[in-house]
Design a protein around this ligand. Structure first.
Ligand SMILES: [Ca+2]
Length: 179
């Protein structure tokens, strides 16, 4: 009996030590890299590898995005075509491309099919170290996303950050026309 009690006591002590260690172990666990998960580096590609010839260029804006005193051009394309009157013939969904053209290199900031939605971009001087910042708005019938892109000299590409994302299953109200 005495031996059994002794073993039981040791087990209880061991259990106590293990239990008391658990919170410390949990504290040592690194928090999930939430910011990094939503941050993507967009590297340069050869300009001719981005297929935009058959697309419609909707917008173009030139500005020095990497502060080398040479302007890059930000170009927004959609696969939807114009009719003979120049009006857009929108389908329910189409491919969109937003690219930064820098000489013979291009940085595809966005290249995706968008169902019942549109792509808008804005350029501001709110980026770090006066690096211009491209903000993209992507409202669709089922989600709303906002991303920012800015050139990173050290990494040699554009850093994409997801600023905001909302899906229709948690929408209470939207005053954006059409959504
Ligand atoms: Ca430049």
């Amino acid at each position: 009996m005495k031996r059994k009690s002794y073993i039981c006591m040791i087990l209880v002590l061991l259990l106590g030590v293990l239990t008391s260690c658990q919170p410390e172990e949990q504290n040592n666990v690194q928090p999930p890299p939430e910011v990094e998960t939503d941050t993507v580096l967009i590297e340069a590609m050869a300009s001719d590898s981005i297929e935009t010839e058959r697309m419609t260029k909707l917008r173009e804006f030139s500005v020095d995005l990497d502060l080398d005193n040479i302007e890059e051009s930000i170009e927004l394309y959609t696969a939807a075509q114009r009719n003979e009157n120049g009006e857009m013939m929108w389908d329910d969904g189409q491919n969109w491309v937003l690219t930064v053209c820098d000489g013979d290199k291009s940085y595809p900031l966005l290249s995706q099919y968008v169902q019942l939605g549109v792509v808008h971009f804005m350029v501001s001087n709110s980026g770090t170290e006066q690096m211009p910042d491209i903000t993209v708005l992507l409202p669709t019938d089922s989600s709303f996303r906002m991303m920012s892109y800015a050139f990173d000299k050290e990494k040699g590409g554009y850093i994409k950050k997801l600023i905001y994302e909302s899906k229709d299953d948690n929408w209470l109200y939207s005053s954006i026309p059409g959504y």
